[in-house]
Design a protein around this ligand. Sequence first.
Ligand SMILES: Nc1ncnc2c1ncn2[C@@H]1O[C@H](COP(=O)(O)OP(=O)(O)O)[C@@H](O)[C@H]1O
Ligand SMILES: [Mg+2]
Length: 263
Amino acid sequence: MDPAQSPVVIGVRELVVGFGDHIVLDHLSLDVRRGEILGVVGASGGGKSVLLRTIIGLLPKRSGTIVVLGADRDTASFEAMRAIERRWGVLFQQGALFSSLTVRQNVEFPMREYLKLSQKLQTEVAMAKLGMVGINADDAEKYPAELSGGMTKRVALARALALDPEIVFLDEPTSGLDPISAGDFDTLIKTLQQTLGLTVFMVTHDLDSLFAVCDRVAALVDGKVIAEGPIAAMLACEHPWVKAYFQGKRARETTHAFNHPAS
Ligand SMILES: Nc1ncnc2c1ncn2[C@@H]1O[C@H](COP(=O)(O)OP(=O)(O)O)[C@@H](O)[C@H]1O
Ligand SMILES: [Mg+2]
């Protein structure tokens, strides 16, 4: 199904989030539709991670509404919200893995939290998820300190997929990776999204990622979504920040490749 026609799975309306006098999100509204990969871009410190963390309930909002998979935290019961939380997975920007747990134990962790499975079954599921993200069984008993940056991100992705989520939240999944590892990770995200039918909310400042995987982009500026649409619409957007971001010097090469796929 064309994601543009799909139901809204994350609906944010007039969201206000702040810390003390500092208003980070200022009446922000945004929809995410089932089956799409939405890329969220914006200046560093602009509130992308705050938006993600508020949507999943880790940060409080001042006002506005957030409805995820039909549930509004303001009105849903604790049990209902917990049932909804099982239906998403998260890859955080910082400290992706628990350093005292092995790779396998990291992936088992959400199952321990939310499911009543035997240890044997947890391990089987964890190994299957690790296989999906391209981690060898040999690496399952390693600790995070023994992993490369790319492997760490893959394990974190496997953990985000542990509960067979419908929505995956990714916060700067390719930051800190070399371009080749980042490209491989983009391909992995796209493949998993298509095979598992995921909805993906991806914060990124990686233009290559945006072009390679996102169906739609939302630009967060001054606490609001000031532009949203497919890449082509963003390239045509006249807003100064969007123009600078997509048509800046760093962007030129990627944009050229997008507009001239044969060259
Ligand atoms: N827990 C917090 N307490 C106070 N300020 C915070 C907190 N989390 C984020 N901020 C501030 O909110 C702003 C947006 O941060 P963030 O969402 O992390 O930006 P980014 O778009 O780079 O992800 C920043 O000014 C940051 O310092
Ligand atoms: Mg951030």
